[in-house]
Design a protein around this ligand. Sequence first.
Ligand code: IPE
Ligand code: IPE
Ligand code: MG
Length: 249
Amino acid sequence: MEKTAVNTESHKLPRHLAIIMDGNGRWAKAKGKPRTFGHEQGVRAVKETVESAAAMGIKYLTLYAFSTENWNRPKYEVDILMKLLIKSLKKELKTFQEHNIRLNAIGALDTLPKKAARELEEVIEQTSKNNKMTLSLALSYGSREELLQAVKSISVKVKNNIISSENIDETIINSHLYTHDLPEVDLLIRTSGEQRISNFLLWQIAYAELYFIDDYWPDFSKQHLEQALLNYQNRERRFGKTSEQLSES
Ligand code: IPE
Ligand code: IPE
Ligand code: MG
């Protein structure tokens, strides 16, 4: 029978929850408003999700906020997204401190506008001692770009005899990814009805449970998060084994 309350024992929760926050533009369009209004309202959902996840005991939350492909959007939309990022970082520093949340960022951060990169660095530094939850913002993030730069830096190390090619293993690859200090993803949620990955954490979601919901991101709430966690808790993660093997151990 489906349980009705989320089990918040740490081994029952996804250790690492990742979310593709999608549908801001369509949400706004449905209301006859500009896409950027959807992004503004999306910030509310981010705040509620971050606070609820921390309160429930999720240790790692990673949010896809801006992809490498999103640079191809109209300049005014990109500018507004960057402004919103700066404004939210300034505003939410207090929230991070209150909830003991450490901010982290993954992606090609050197491609962000200087002001955004500086603000990000500042909040990361100020929250670096917090340890209830690590919130990673994926900004100018693309999984293929991440893998490409990992391959390049491993190649340089092989060439300089720092690593021998025979010793390259999954641990070495992991240690060259933006996510080197994060565990692999247990649960990936995507809002807005789209059922695709859009270049997000391709390596890291190898065994993640996927959960797609139709609601647009600005409507996402604590209830949606609980629903996703309940659904996750009713799944059997077999990692290639049989169901019988799992019940023996
Ligand atoms: C997600 O919403 C936010 C970002 C990708 C920055 P979208 O802006 O993609 O909204 P839709 O998918 O066009 O509705
Ligand atoms: C994925 O959403 C990126 C983020 C949520 C930041 P998109 O809206 O960019 O993805 P596609 O283009 O629909 O695949
Ligand atoms: Mg979208």
